[in-house]
Design a binder for this molecule. Sequence first.
Ligand code: HEM
Length: 272
Amino acid sequence: MNLRNKNFVSRFARNKNLAFGENLVSRFARNWKYQFQQYGAALVAAAVLFAILSVYLFFRRGYYDLYIANKVFAGVAAVLLGIVLLIGPLSRFFSFPDRYVQYRKELGIAAFFLALTHGIVSLFFLPSKFPLSGSLGTLNWPFVFGLAATIVLVVIFFISNDRAMAAIGRERWWQWQYWGVRLAFILILLHVFIMKWGGWVKWYKVGGGRELVHPEWPGAGLLVGWFLSFVLLVRLAEFGGPRFGRAVWYISVVALPAIYIVTFWWGRQFIK
Ligand code: HEM
């Protein structure tokens, strides 16, 4: 590189707050590699959850179609948002989750796309299962909460970038993100619990429908519902201070798998 070019690069680098000797190309490459790693990790997490829930529902029902995939979109989105909300308090209680804090944005974005897909599929692609008139005709609270959660997630998604942060101002931007994720989570809890509660109680009483290959297995929504309750509990426990929060975490992290085991054990009485 001749002296003129070198001067230009170092001046440009200084202007852009780059390390001395680092040019735009290497910065771009580094940034691209970083983004790839970040989104790659979120995609892997989403894909693993997607595969687990899909295989589970396929064996529970004996078939797999868009109706089932739609439950998986919804379930994975809800679990990913739950994980995003768990990372915060856990990194305050313990040091091991610190390295996962950096993935919250990408996990949230993966959850957003899955939730959006679920909303669109529910509204427009499964008319025989969920006719649009059923959502819009009378006041349908689960629909209202699902739609409200989707709108909040859309807003958070569109402001999840540096340009939006500069436009809104760092402080306010942070508040919007902070309250937005919490509000979306509460709306999702209402969407799922109001819609599914009756079915869950019925499953514990009489098991799943006779059309299922394994009516003795709980529905994926019930498993997701328990996980969402666990996230809510851990989040609420934080208000009691770090010691209380940690104690609730230890108890509930054992209680959640115990609940799953008892639920499967309970279902054995419904074997066809
Ligand atoms: C316009 C927005 C939305 C609409 C129209 C909608 C509609 C539906 C419908 C029709 C179901 C029943 C599915 C079934 O029983 O097979 C459902 C369940 C569910 N939805 Fe939504 N939803 C919306 C937004 C959301 C959002 C943002 C989330 C967040 C992740 C979400 C999470 C869930 C979950 C976890 C279930 C339970 C799935 C299961 O039973 O396995 N939904 N939703």
